[in-house]
Write a protein that binds this ligand. Structure first.
Ligand code: CA
Length: 761
């Protein structure tokens, strides 16, 4: 006994020494549970712990909620019913191609009955590794994934009926047991739309211990058949185990074939669980380490957790063939075709900051994504707007134009793809998908004829569509210019880019829906959510003129009035009209409860608004509010977000803002200057250059820029330039607790607007 005690103490000392010497790395700051304490009524992120590789084809998630429920993992839940392979981009869009594994003692197929108690205190969630103790069975489950495969490690209790249930889910599945190989193969067809009829996710599960028992099951009853196809099938394997005995399973899947699923299993190959885990940790550190920041520990946690969220989507939907080349199952035409494909993204959300983040940090990835977008066009006739995995009818706009343009204009898109993608943008801008209304442009004929989508012709959210189409037209025009397209071809887009003016109502100084006959919608309540707008009101959507803030300023009566209108968003009480939705949607509630007036950071339309003070020569208000939002609305806790995270977009806002700049208008080269949260940051660009940011004297109060030196030279512009940054740059911010009202206020300090500055009235 004495000897045993000595050995244990020695082991503890060893561990303590190791812990002290091991350096904390980027991924250690990530908490995948941030945002998971959410529900239909209130989103604190609506995220789930995605255990994955960056942009991986498959994510894994412990499933606390019932099969089919989009809120798959809720922080307040107490039971886990399975470990699910998931492809879900958002609870509102839901999942596809999902199946699960669940270890247990005895055989319990029913998902409610098999669920086990667990505690967050006996749970480890890392991007590359998940571990949890399933209390009802005295079993620990560990998962470490690759891009398309996953390694499971089950530490069983003492039992001659230890088991793992493989659940291929309902709505059409297939299972086959191969006892002599301790192997199960199957497919799931479960989806939430956006797939051809032949859609399948083929999976293979390979155990490393001789099974004592193996069986298929159908609709919760064991079956003597080795192979089954039905609404809901699965398999169960049983082992005799000692307490503490480890059984491992390697799992992989493919959207292409069983053969490819086996090939994807080679991502694990002969590696051990710990080797895959270390490889995953290194991959995440490499990805997150592109930005090395210094800040307080809560800010570090929030920052790297946000960066993790911004490096998950759009996911790879391609696989690697026997020759090592990318190919993919087309979620558009059901064929297997060469080349890249990415999916699970709502461009209405992500064009704003998420794609600009990829362009700055991971441009070579976006070169592949752009090829995938062209493939989507080739396979479906349209660029995607909301893809999961194929076109989904969700949201408004034609913001693929922003994503395609920004990559071309920043020199990221391979040369040979530029003209075809320009043609794809033109097609998508001048037609509407026959079945998927949000793909292409709904109301395109009206828009092209009248210069707006009318309010009263049965097309919902018409003003939001018009404003976004006008910005998208500006994007297309910019690419047309770059590619030296004929004047008559690109003038169309140039002219349409001014269409936002058609909806400006001087009597409210806000955007307003307009009827087919040219009269404004009436009645009009600028506090009414939805209706002519999308998940926002007139006060939120009026700023959606990303490319021409000068014109918006002059429409409002000059920059002082414009800045006053920005002030009003915060000054208004959080009152709202929810009648369009017949209830208070979560986005409204998230605005109401933050005590920030009518500012609604929990949803995307207004997320760039704070940066517009820079266009009105009051940059200190941008600095004030950017920090206010960072400090108040982003926390490293399960309720850490202030609304739906949305595929990296709300996180990308935080990443950019933390570094002191934000991309208000993708398609320009400009980042609009805010107020850095970091003490110091080093961005390592793919081209080998570095952007080094120092914020001298920075703290919660010292949020104002006293001066900025760029490459050691005084710099008063309210924007930074992408091309200049590509050469490597040092930014030295001197921070103070009082605004410097003489900095950033000359006309030449203003960021890009399509219209020239008009003289102040
Ligand atoms: Ca949203």
């Amino acid at each position: 006994m004495k000897h045993l005690f000595f050995l244990i103490s020695f082991a503890f000392i060893q561990l303590a020494v190791q812990a002290e010497t091991a350096t904390t790395s980027f991924v250690d700051f990530v908490n995948p549970l941030i945002g998971s304490q959410s529900n239909h009524e209130l989103s604190n992120g609506n995220t789930y712990p995605a255990i994955a590789r960056p942009w991986g084809m498959n994510f894994w998630v412990p499933q606390t909620n019932v099969m089919g429920d989009g809120w798959v993992y809720n922080y307040t839940d107490t039971h886990i019913r399975g470990f699910k392979q998931t492809h879900q981009p958002s609870p509102w869009i839901n999942d596809y191609g999902q199946f699960s594994l669940m270890p247990m003692k005895g055989i319990i197929i029913n998902e409610n009955k098999r669920a086990s108690w667990f505690s967050h205190k006996a749970e480890i969630a890392k991007p590359y590794y998940y571990s949890v103790y399933l209390a009802d069975y005295d079993i620990t489950t560990e998962i470490t994934p690759t891009e398309r495969a996953a390694f499971f490690r089950f530490t069983f209790s003492e039992s001659d009926s230890s088991a793992v249930v493989i659940d291929a889910f309902d709505r059409g599945s297939y299972i086959k047991i191969i006892p002599e190989e301790n192997k199960i193969i199957g497919y799931t067809t479960r989806n939430s739309g956006g797939v051809p009829d032949n859609f399948k996710n083929y999976f293979v599960v390979q155990f490393d211990k001789k099974v004592k028992f193996i069986s298929t099951w159908k609709n919760e009853s064991l079956s003597a058949e080795k192979e089954l196809t039905d609404n809901h099938v699965g398999a169960v394997v049983g082992f005799k185990t000692r307490r503490g005995e480890v059984v491992q399973a390697k799992v992989a899947s493919s959207f292409i074939s069983f053969e490819q699923a086996e090939r994807n299993l080679n991502e694990i190959g002969t590696k051990t669980f710990d080797q895959v885990k270390v490889e995953g940790r290194n991959k995440w550190n490499e990805t997150l380490g592109v930005v090395d920041i210094k800040a307080n520990v809560d800010q570090m946690r929030t920052f790297y957790s946000c960066l993790y969220r911004s490096t998950l989507f759009p996911r790879m939907f391609y696989e690697i063939d026997v020759a090592g080349k990318p190919y993919h199952y087309s979620p558009y035409n059901g064929k297997v075709l060469p080349g890249y494909m990415f999916t699970d993204n709502g461009f209405w959300d992500t064009f704003r900051a998420q794609f600009p983040l990829i362009n700055l940090f991971y441009p070579s990835l976006n070169a592949k994504i752009q090829e995938g977008l062209l493939n989507t066009y080739k396979e479906s006739g349209f660029l995607p707007e909301w893809a999961s995995p194929g076109h989904r009818d969700c949201m408004v706009g034609n913001n693929s134009a922003s994503i395609v343009s920004d990559a071309i204009l920043k020199g990221i898109t391979p040369k040979e793809l530029q003209l075809p993608l320009y043609e794809a943008m033109k097609t998508s801008a001048n037609s509407n998908h026959p079945q998927i209304r949000s793909t292409g442009r709904r109301g395109v004929d009206y828009y092209n004829k009248l210069g707006y989508v009318p309010y009263n012709v049965g097309i919902n959210e018409s003003a939001a569509r018009t404003l976004e189409y006008a910005y998208d037209d500006w994007c297309i025009y910019q690419v047309g210019l770059k590619l030296n397209r004929p004047k008559e071809e690109i003038e169309v887009y140039k002219n349409r880019s001014r269409n936002f003016q058609n909806l400006f109502d001087p009597s409210h100084n806000l955007m307003r829906g307009k009827n087919e006959d040219g009269t404004f919608q009436s009645p009009y309540n600028p506090l009414k959510w939805g209706d002519a707008f999308t998940e926002g009101n007139g006060w939120h959507y009026t700023w959606s003129v990303f490319h021409d803030i000068n014109k918006l300023k002059s429409l409002m009566g000059g920059e002082k009035v414009f800045a006053g209108m920005l002030d009003s968003v915060f000054a208004l009480p959080p009152i709202f009209d929810n009648s369009y939705y017949g209830g208070t949607i979560h986005e409204i509630r998230e605005m109401q409860i933050m005590n920030m007036g009518n500012y609604a950071h929990g949803n995307q339309p207004i997320q760039h608004m704070i940066y517009l003070y820079d266009y009105a020569r009051q940059p200190w208000k941008t600095q004030y509010w950017a920090r206010e939002v960072m400090d108040k609305l982003y926390l490293p806790t399960p309720d850490g977000y202030c609304g739906d995270e949305d595929n990296g977009q709300t996180s990308a806002w935080y990443i950019f803002s933390s570094l002191g700049f934000y991309p208000v208008c993708p398609g320009t080269n400009q980042y609009i200057v805010g107020s850095p949260m970091v003490q110091k940051a080093t961005i390592s660009l793919e081209n080998g250059k570095k952007i080094v940011i120092d914020a001298f004297g920075n703290n919660k109060d010292n949020r104002y820029i006293q001066s900025l030196l760029v490459n050691k030279k005084p710099y008063t512009l309210n924007y930074l330039d992408f091309s200049e940054m590509q050469k490597g740059q040092t930014l030295l911010f001197n921070m103070d607790n009082k605004p410097n009202m003489s900095r950033g206020i000359s006309l030449r300090d203003l960021p890009y607007s399509y219209s020239a500055v008009e003289t102040e009235k």
